[in-house]
Design a protein around this ligand. Structure first.
Ligand SMILES: Cc1cc2nc3c(=O)[nH]c(=O)nc-3n(C[C@H](O)[C@H](O)[C@H](O)COP(=O)(O)OP(=O)(O)OC[C@H]3O[C@@H](n4cnc5c(N)ncnc54)[C@H](O)[C@@H]3O)c2cc1C
Length: 436
């Protein structure tokens, strides 16, 4: 087994795998490995999300500039990649509804943000209730924002395909392999795997999703941040509801200062429908089950109480939101009622099967505030991507190009060829797009 690498990427989610994809074209002779603890890539959040290729209308161009830009270009890139590889990509749009005047003001703001983030007039339109009724008779709302440049896909399929391409270009994927220790030894990283053997690397990229902050802390980076994990649960709708709407429906979030949305009516790429996700606080990035949460409860509470998260925990609005989310986890009808407010035909009794839950890890700073954008931190031997949340899957390809270019500019991990053709894209052209 190879034990010495030029670069190790920790995390085989959509982000780590997208980074490996571009590096596999740019650095043909370097030894690069992706380390993933699960038995396949995209086993956690990247394969457990809503599967939307989001248009950037929800993102404040000032506060979530990078996410918005990546989402905008991500749409075209996934579309191109899906055509090349014959993968699912359905350009089905999305509708965001308001229930009152205040909500409509939020829609007006989204319309403005969407256009500021690059959407054309014909790609996003504000409709009145009666205009919407003509195309979606079952939806009850005050007004609706129709976003036509939005799509559905399956990000686990994309990630597996990117892994295949990366492997063909020489990247090693160490699956079922957990990074359990990192130490700097004589100017190299000594990385312990599964507690029992070691490899060495000159450079590390930390794309470990819900564990990225722990990996960063282990090498003394991002010490002033902590994270809180939220489980997003889904319920599957029965077949008789599959034609209720033509488009997925989101509603204006009740608590916009927190990093999650209210549950949506989702039409997945395969035509099945679901309700979700909510955002239930849990104690581990893998807290799908009670046993894992019980195991991590005490260490996570101690960590949160000793950090900025303490202020968030005692914040009244956060507590209210948390109680609502817990209620919607304990009671199916509490969750379904949130969607019933705009799709009154839905009957909770007819919804009996749970969908696959996914967990997001939101970062809190030392003042107890949720950080809205992705956090990038580096030292001369490592680069850390933290708080890479929604619409992270949408933006993963352009964002990876951004990360690689930034490493190059800083002189940390120089590409052998800065202008390679990477699959259907020229690297330099994507750099130009995301830099302007
Ligand atoms: C409920 C929900 C719905 C969402 N819906 C959408 C959507 O519709 N559209 C969209 O664009 N985005 C969506 N997102 C966001 C998107 O899914 C994430 O931004 C994206 O998947 C993050 O990718 P990642 O690669 O950073 O993380 P992950 O997918 O979590 O990957 C990180 C990987 O690192 C591995 N890892 C961690 N620690 C170690 C270690 N020590 N050793 C080895 N491996 C390790 C983990 O096993 C994991 O596989 C949603 C998120 C959630 C939670």
């Amino acid at each position: 087994m190879v034990r010495n690498f030029d670069l190790v990427i920790i995390g085989g989610g959509i982000l780590g795998t997208s980074i490996s994809y571009f590096l596999s074209y740019l650095n043909k002779s370097k030894k690069i490995a992706v380390i993933e603890q699960a038995h396949n890539v995209a086993f956690h959040t990247s394969g457990r999300n809503t599967g939307k290729v989001h248009a950037p209308y929800l993102y404040n161009p000032e506060k979530k500039k990078m996410f918005a830009k990546a989402a905008f270009h991500g749409y075209d890139m996934w579309k191109k990649y899906s055509e090349l590889k014959n993968l699912p990509f359905k350009e089905d749009g999305v509708i965001e509804v308001s229930q009152d005047k205040q909500g409509t003001k939020v829609l007006e703001k989204y319309l403005k943000w969407g256009k500021q983030n690059g959407l054309k007039d014909e790609e996003i339109k504000l409709l009145t209730k009666s205009e919407l009724k003509k195309i979606e008779p079952e939806i009850e709302c005050s007004d609706a924002l129709c976003i036509y440049r939005d799509a559905s896909t399956d990000y686990a399929i994309f990630t597996k395909s990117l892994m295949k391409d990366s492997k063909q270009n020489g990247i090693k994927f160490l699956l079922d392999t957990k990074v359990t220790g990192i130490k700097n030894k004589n100017g190299k990283w000594k990385i312990t795997l599964n507690h029992d053997h070691e490899i060495f690397s000159n450079f590390i990229i930390n794309a470990a999703g819900g564990e990225s902050i722990d990996i960063a802390h282990s090498v003394n980076v991002a010490k002033n941040f902590t994270d809180v994990h939220f489980r997003g649960e889904y319920w599957k709708a029965p077949k008789e509801y599959y034609n209720l709407t033509k488009t997925s429906v989101y509603s204006v979030p009740e608590f916009p200062d927190y990093p999650f949305l209210d549950p949506h009516w989702i039409i997945r790429v395969d035509g099945t429908c679901e309700i979700g996700p909510n955002a239930v606080p849990v104690f581990s990035p893998y807290g799908y089950k009670r046993s894992e949460n019980l195991k991590e409860f005490i260490p996570k509470m101690l960590e949160m109480l000793g950090s900025g998260a303490r202020k968030a925990i005692f914040d009244k609005q956060f507590q209210e939101l948390t109680m609502k989310e817990i209620r919607s986890s304990l009671s199916k009808s509490a969750m379904v009622d949130r969607v019933k407010s705009f799709l009154p035909k839905i009957d909770a009794d007819k919804i009996t099967e749970k969908g696959t839950a996914g967990i997001r890890s939101s970062v809190i700073d030392e003042h107890g505030k949720f950080v809205p954008d992705v956090i990038l931190m580096d030292d001369p031997m490592s680069f850390h991507i933290i708080n890479y949340n929604s619409p992270g899957a949408t933006g993963a390809l352009p964002f990876s190009v951004y990360v690689i270019n930034r490493l190059n500019e800083k002189g940390f991990f120089r590409n052998e060829n800065a202008d390679s053709q990477c699959g259907p894209w020229k690297f330099s052209e994507i750099v130009e797009k995301i830099s302007t």
